[in-house]
Design a protein around this ligand. Structure first.
Ligand SMILES: Nc1nc2c(c(=O)[nH]1)N[C@H]1C(S)=C(S)[C@@H](COP(=O)(O)OP(=O)(O)OC[C@H]3O[C@@H](n4cnc5c(=O)[nH]c(N)nc54)[C@H](O)[C@@H]3O)O[C@H]1N2
Ligand SMILES: Nc1nc2c(c(=O)[nH]1)N[C@H]1C(S)=C(S)[C@@H](COP(=O)(O)OP(=O)(O)OC[C@H]3O[C@@H](n4cnc5c(=O)[nH]c(N)nc54)[C@H](O)[C@@H]3O)O[C@H]1N2
Ligand SMILES: [Mo]
Length: 690
């Protein structure tokens, strides 16, 4: 039917992407078609601006390659050949396949694995009806470690949760350490506050192996080797102690284990750390002086820590040490002092109401770590592992592109005996391996409610347009699967608006969400000014009895990378693979206007490393290590320091020169805390492609 609706109106929504900014969106709809997506000027954290990616949201939504009907595999596994199939046929067949596995024995459903991450951060389309469905089924549980769990666990064991400074108060800080974070690319709305602080006279110091877009705009850049942040933090403590730049009163009242921490830090003079970090010792002493000078009225000093620095073996310990620094100088006394990695514990989300874990009814399915999906898909049945994985249902994630050690991941997905269902917007690298590929709605087409991990406002997303083609919401797909499986409880028929209301219950004003699209959660301004850390001791825990009880070191320490620069003659270069600015993990890689900006998969390398290998700028190179090889374009760049190369991610493999991306090189080793991947702990060699 042709559209008869010719009106133009604006709909309030929320950006669904995995980014600390969680913007409030205004979508202009004309004649039933979304014609523009803008930042909501009424939302203080968004302030009317969006990143380049999300301002292209209509290009993504109406992309000619959008999946608009269910598809069934016709070619060999992985060939990406499909034919259209009716929804009813697809859903009945999928339900039948899952039921046949589950029917074999009381715990046979563990052979089914749901695999999802944060393609949408929406609490409803993220994991609500899907979780209910898999709980009722008794499928394997998923350990969602791929991004943030090392840092999350570290914060919990130090400060008591994913809590910290409020983003807007960074404008009042006198010194801002931007540590393992590239806000211009990945946290744009924070950068606004940092710039305002700079205008008011604050000093900005960036700690990052790469001379990022952000690093080049700070007053100083400390280009340490990847995975050496703990050594730097210990040496900072050393200098603060040696010079007595301490807030002794704060340490005495509000911290636990200071004597032990002090003793350990005193083993780290700047010269020792400098050798580990690959930087001059003077840079460390100057940093300590700047930080120490911010005690009392001369401050406050703030740290914007981000996830980039925890993707290495010792990532958890590094976050523990950095999160402990503000206590040494009493920075938490001020609302503009302290640190922020994630604010997500500030949100009173009722996950149990959304996900209904009680549907497990006493069963205890095993948990599979999403970061080792490569190995786990290839594991045979055993008493330790349980049954081999026989069926995989993927939604909100693109593991074939984003999970580490893709050679193994691809081998697993290519198993002819694996039954794979993928819910997607596009035929991604993962979708290529589907047996059934189901078209999902985008954020413009469904209801959702959001928490964030940068600012502290809850958001509501109203649908702006009707679902395109035959696309269905994730929730609707799981409601219909549940019905075909014979799950008749009322929890399997609840609609999306009801689920939106459940997410916060009475903890957030839903009327405000409906009226303006966002509502702040209630918080104090300076969370730890009087201590009151939500740890077991109520203090900032240098020493964690909980970690010690697990047989781990109760005190944080420097743990060298699994693949430490300088330890391998064959693979002398450390490779990190932070995001390309115009992609969001592997999302947007297929949006032409954004891919045109990024060009092609690139490897940034310092001129000295290029010269030593006889490589010229623009050469096609082979990047390799024992796990595999990846071909891409070399950029000889001042962004790289000697010994470190940057393979900007996360490209779709199918857009790569040789059908791979950087994850062909990354490993399945896990972090010290949180069982997270170690994407930036990766040695490689680079050669011309002959
Ligand atoms: N444009 C864009 N924005 C994004 C994303 C995206 O893909 N694109 N991804 C989103 C997601 S899911 C996340 S988790 C966040 C990620 O954003 P961040 O948490 O900021 O993490 P990264 O971008 O991985 O890395 C940040 C910086 O850390 C540096 N780094 C790498 N290794 C080390 C190290 O060992 N020590 C130190 N000190 N620095 C290191 C990198 O060079 C990079 O410049 O951003 C979100 N925002
Ligand atoms: N080498 C390297 N690898 C990395 C990283 C890195 O820095 N370097 N970063 C890591 C990090 S921090 C993260 S968070 C992970 C991210 O990995 P993922 O969470 O897998 O994120 P994306 O690659 O963006 O893929 C999300 C997919 O979900 C789909 N999607 C979005 N909304 C919906 C929806 O409503 N319904 C359905 N069914 N699908 C939807 C999108 O189309 C997209 O294909 O990647 C990790 N991988
Ligand atoms: Mo992430």
């Amino acid at each position: 039917m042709p559209h008869t609706d010719t009106s133009t109106h604006q709909v309030r929504g929320a950006c669904p992407h995995d980014c600390p900014d969680t913007c409030s969106l205004l979508t202009t709809v004309s004649g039933g078609v979304a014609i523009k997506v803008q930042g909501n000027p009424a939302h203080p954290a968004t302030a009317g601006t969006l990143c380049t990616k999300v301002s292209r949201y209509t290009e993504r939504t109406y992309h000619p390659d959008r999946l608009l009907q269910p598809m069934k595999r016709v070619g060999p596994k992985g060939s990406g050949q499909f034919e259209p199939v009716a929804w009813d046929t697809a859903l009945s067949d999928i339900a039948g396949r899952l039921q046949a596995i589950a029917a074999r024995s009381p715990d046979a459903a563990q052979a089914i694995l749901p695999y999802s991450y944060a393609g949408t951060m929406g609490l409803v389309q993220g994991d609500s009806m899907s979780a209910r469905f898999f709980h009722q089924l008794g499928a394997s549980l998923l350990d969602r470690t791929i991004c943030a769990s090392a840092g999350a666990e570290a914060l919990t064991h130090t400060l008591g949760g994913k809590l910290g400074m409020r983003m807007e108060f960074f404008t009042e800080s006198k010194l801002i350490l931007i540590w393992g974070s590239n806000p211009i690319a990945s946290n744009l709305h924070f950068w606004r506050h940092a710039q305002e602080a700079k205008r008011r006279g604050a000093r900005l110091i960036c700690i990052d192996p790469r001379r990022s877009e952000t690093a080049e705009k700070c007053h100083e850049h400390i280009a340490l080797l990847p995975g050496t942040d703990s050594a730097l933090a210990l040496a900072l403590m050393h200098e603060l102690i040696r010079n007595d730049w301490l807030d002794r009163d704060y340490l005495a009242q509000h911290t636990l284990g200071w004597d032990l921490m002090r003793e350990r830090a005193l083993q780290w003079p700047p010269e020792r750390a400098a050798a580990v970090c690959g930087i001059p010792p003077e840079q460390i002493t100057a940093l300590a002086q700047a930080y120490g000078a911010c005690r009392g009225d001369a401050g406050p000093a703030a740290i914007r820590l981000n996830y980039g620095m925890q993707r290495v073996r010792g990532g958890g310990n590094a976050v523990r040490l950095i999160a402990a620094l503000p206590a040494l100088i009493g920075a938490w006394r001020h609302r503009a002092g302290g640190m922020l990695l994630s604010s997500s514990s500030s949100f009173p989300v009722n996950r149990a109401a959304l996900q209904r874990p009680e549907l497990l009814a006493g069963r205890r399915p095993r948990t599979i770590n999403m970061s080792t999906i490569g190995d786990d898909l290839l594991r045979p049945a055993s008493t330790e592992f349980g049954p081999a994985i026989e069926a995989l249902v993927v939604y909100n994630s693109n593991p074939v592109a984003v999970a580490p050690d893709s050679g193994r991941v691809v081998q697993g997905f290519a198993r002819e005996d694996l039954f794979t269902v993928v819910l997607e917007h596009f035929q991604t690298d993962t979708a290529d391996y589907a047996d059934y590929l189901l078209p999902a709605t985008t954020q413009l087409e469904h209801w959702d409610v959001h928490a964030g991990y940068g600012h502290t406002d809850a958001l509501l997303n109203r649908p702006a347009i009707a679902p395109l083609g035959q696309a269905r919401t994730n929730t609707q797909i799981f409601r219909e699967l549940a019905q075909r499986m014979g799950y008749i409880g009322p929890e399997f028929t609840e609609d999306d608006q009801a689920l939106c209301r459940l997410a916060y219950g009475d903890a957030v004003d839903f009327a405000a969400l409906l009226a303006q699209g966002f509502a702040p959660v209630t918080l104090v301004e300076a969370p730890f000014a009087q201590g009151q850390f939500p740890t077991p001791s109520g203090k900032c825990e240098f020493f964690s009895a909980r970690l010690a009880a697990q047989g781990l070191d109760g005190l944080p320490d420097y743990l060298p990378n699994y693949e430490t620069p300088g330890t391998s003659a064959a693979y002398p270069l450390a490779m990190i693979s932070p995001p390309a600015r115009n992609f969001l993990n592997s999302s947007f890689v297929n949006v032409q206007s954004l891919r045109d900006i990024e060009g092609e998969p690139l490897l940034e390398m310092h001129a000295a490393d290029a010269a030593a290998r006889g490589l010229a700028d623009g050469a096609t190179v082979r990047v390799f290590n024992p796990r595999g090889a990846h071909h891409c374009r070399l950029v000889v760049s001042a962004r790289a320091r000697p010994g470190v190369v940057h393979g900007l991610g996360v490209w779709w493999r199918k857009f790569g020169l040789d059908g791979t991306n950087v994850n062909q090189l990354t490993s399945q080793h896990l972090t010290d805390l949180g069982r997270a991947p170690t994407f930036y702990d990766c040695l490689v060699e680079v050669a011309a492609l002959s």
